[in-house]
Write a new protein. Structure first.
Length: 154
């Protein structure tokens, strides 16, 4: 497995990939690690464009290693939420015939930050959690991502 680290406005992101597929995009405290091959350079280019508001949807081949069928169903549904829009946990649950808490649990397990935009999934009465956080720095990151998308429009 290969890895590159990119600096972004929400902190450094580690991108793990193998062959032609991205396997994970996660926050990290590690320092920048250069993109050396074509896929890594493309990921870097798309991350920069997304944070600059020029890219609304990532076009990067990715896989869900070690994911359950249910998680894949949830994440597939989440990738359909347009840039700048949100859906509630309940709306996603209705679409896939499940429950809101199960959708939240799948969101918490998402290892493809931004590519599978779980930040676009909100509670019916507010922001909801983010990556297992209910009111701390990760929820502030979720708010930043939503504000960023609002700033650059639908």
């Amino acid at each position: 497995m290969e890895k590159m680290i990119s600096r972004t406005p929400i902190g450094n992101l580690a991108v793990e990939y193998e062959g032609d597929f991205v396997l994970a995009v996660r926050a990290t405290k590690a320092r920048t690690l250069a993109a050396r091959d074509p896929l890594a350079r493309e990921v870097q280019k798309q991350l920069k464009a997304w944070f600059a508001g020029r890219l609304k949807k990532f076009d990067i081949p990715f896989l869900f290693p070690d994911a359950t069928d249910f998680q894949v169903r949830v994440w597939d549904q989440i990738t359909k939420i347009p840039f700048g829009a949100t859906q509630t946990y309940g709306e996603i649950a209705r679409d896939i015939k499940s429950g809101p808490r199960a959708v939240g649990s799948a969101c918490r397990c998402n290892n493809l930050l931004l590519i599978v935009p779980c930040h676009r999934v909100v509670a019916v009465n507010g922001l909801g959690g983010f990556m297992g956080d209910k009111d701390g720095s990760l929820v502030r990151r979720k708010q930043w991502l939503l504000d960023h998308e609002q700033r650059y429009g639908h």
